[in-house]
Design a protein around this ligand. Structure first.
Ligand code: NA7
Length: 544
């Protein structure tokens, strides 16, 4: 039996996180029909899948809020960096206010999308066989939608429980009194390690590259304090889009060696104690492009971390004398008591650079020194096929049946980090070659979301059937993205999802626009105001 084909929608959206909700609400407000398919069973995007112990956001509120419809007026956070449970409640609250759920189908994983050039329509298929047609397709799949689990030899033999942090069981997992191994010490690893260390019987941390984690400086927030601040929230939201990382932290303009050593020390200490990403963003302007300046920052960080660790061997593993990569070349993580965990008698740190994993046994993990680490639970905190994975895991076919995955085999090319040539009427939010994850999520999503909504409106108002990015515009954009990446020391990390080098076989290149949110906003606004220069807009059907 053929699946039923429904009448076309104006816009079909994939994903019900911040991006999808923002798109849906704004499109609906203009009177367009729009629908979301979401693979998970509820709202929240990344906060639906990442429900491991300790999962929380690294952007502080209210900067992490959606600024939409003054939602913030009736919402009060309890923590400066909220955990996933509170973030899920925030999504419920958004639904209460904006009634988004009624236009979302949950437990619907989109597996394919095909552009019909005769009708200028996308035909989207879900894993249950549902087919939907729409004029426009907007992918809001998020930058961390495809978890990566390394294929450890013998993993099928392991008799205990194993989970990736981003595929954590919804009902949770009781690890009290268990022997737990965590592979990976990125943002997720840091969070889960510091959260469970107290409760588990024994924790074995398998670290490949030390994480340059900095203090989150978490804080409880009360209602009164937030109430007092609310009159400046509109200014905060306005300001965040004018800053490099969209977080509202104004960067520091001075170069490191222009400051005296004592001035430097005071500045480092100040940013360190203010917490969050300030130690990175408000650090000296040249630390991410000048190796000598970077070395000074690393030295400060190393000493701070070492002060908190008792065992010199552990100090050397977590904060090595010789940095494995420049400070900030990989995304820093925010920690609360991560380093103190390694002073506990029930916690063991295995440095995989000295002694790698050989295989998984039925009882645990065997390392190259012949030691079998006996485990009841293995946690893979091993990251994602980031930025592109959420898009390429869907079989998306544009003009001439060309697939997006094939298009990007030799490297990513997009126009403005929102569209791709030969994939007409398709947009993506918080994806490749945009400030994605090199910025605060909601800031980037709102900037891109507004641009896409306005573009769709322009098409509708002018009876245009089709918008397609031009190849030459795409090549220009790619050049810009690669050039901006080359200015930073970021390309010096051996395995980094910023560069795709964390995934075996993935093309190694900068996957994001690293030129700053405010600059990105200016560029895309200019393109629209010039009548979508770099795009072909047509009122008739496009054929290859
Ligand atoms: P990340 O930051 O990609 O971290 C993954 C971690 O897993 C990292 O420490 C990796 O070591 C480690 N890893 C990956 N593969 C292996 C293998 N094969 N063996 C051992 N260790 C491995 O992912 P997260 O989930 O922590 O964070 C992703 C982003 O999501 C984060 O930045 C936030 O923006 C939210 P490596 O450093 O590559 O040596």
């Amino acid at each position: 039996m053929q699946p039923a084909v429904r009448p076309p929608l104006d816009v079909f959206i994939v994903g019900a996180g911040f991006g999808g909700i923002y798109m849906l609400y704004n499109l609906r407000k203009l009177g367009y029909s729009a629908r979301i398919f979401e693979a998970a069973s509820d709202l929240g995007g990344v906060w639906r899948n990442n429900c491991y112990p300790g999962a929380r956001v690294d952007s502080e509120v209210p900067v992490y809020d959606l600024s939409l419809e003054e939602l913030w007026r009736d919402w009060t956070w309890t923590e400066k960096f909220p955990g996933f449970e509170e973030l899920r409640r925030y999504f419920d609250y958004i639904d209460q206010k904006l009634e988004v759920r009624k236009d979302i189908s949950f437990d619907k994983r989109v597996v394919a999308a095909k552009f019909n050039a005769n009708m200028n329509r996308w035909e989207v298929t879900a894993s249950d066989g549902t087919v939907i047609q729409s004029r426009f397709l907007v992918l809001c799949t998020g930058f961390a939608a495809k978890p990566y689990t390394p294929q450890l030899k013998g993993i099928e033999r392991f008799r205990g429980i194993s989970h990736h942090t981003a595929k954590w069981p919804e009902k949770g997992l009781d690890m009290k009194g268990k022997r737990v191994g965590v592979i990976g010490t990125g943002a997720s690893g840091v969070q889960v390690i510091q959260e469970i260390a107290e409760d588990v019987e024994h924790l074995t941390v398998f670290q490949r590259t030390p994480n340059y984690a900095v203090p989150m400086q978490q804080k409880k927030l009360d209602e009164l304090e937030q109430k007092k601040l609310k009159n400046i929230y509109p200014a905060i939201f306005e300001h965040r889009r004018e800053t490099f990382f969209g977080l509202g932290y104004t960067p520091f303009s001075k170069n490191l060696f222009e400051a005296t050593p004592s001035e430097r020390l005071l500045h480092f200490e100040e940013q360190w104690s203010l917490g969050g990403f300030r130690f990175m963003i408000r650090n000296y302007a040249d630390f991410i492009s000048n190796q000598a300046a970077n070395d000074e920052v690393y030295k400060f960080w190393k000493n701070k971390v070492r002060e908190r660790l008792h065992d010199p061997e552990v100090q050397e593993k977590l904060a090595p004398s010789i940095p494995p990569h420049p400070f900030g070349a990989k995304r820093l993580s925010l920690e609360q008591h991560f380093y103190e965990v390694f002073n506990k008698p029930n916690v063991e740190l295995i440095d995989l650079r000295q002694c790698s994993i050989t295989e998984t046994t039925s009882e645990g993990i065997l390392t190259a020194d012949g030691v079998e680490h006996k485990l009841d639970v293995i946690i893979f905190a091993t990251g994602f096929d980031s930025v592109t994975g959420g898009i390429t895991q869907i079989d998306i076919r544009g003009l001439g049946g060309k697939s997006i995955k094939d298009k990007w085999t030799e490297g990513v090319s997009t126009n403005l980090g929102m569209t791709a040539a030969d994939f007409p009427n398709m947009f993506f939010v918080y994806g490749p070659q945009a400030p994605t994850a090199f910025s605060n999520g909601p800031t980037c999503i709102e900037i891109q979301g507004n641009w896409i909504v306005n573009c769709i409106k322009h098409m509708m108002d002018n009876d245009l059937a089709c918008i397609n990015a031009r190849e030459e515009a795409e090549q220009e954009w790619r050049k810009k993205v690669l050039y901006l990446g080359s200015l930073l020391l970021i390309n010096k990390a051996e395995t980094s999802w910023y560069y795709g080098s964390n995934i075996p076989g993935k093309v190694i290149e900068p996957y994001m626009f690293m030129g700053g949110v405010q600059n990105y906003d200016k560029i895309i606004t200019e393109v629209a105001s010039q009548g979508y220069v770099g795009f072909d807009l047509c009122s008739t059907t496009v054929h290859l």
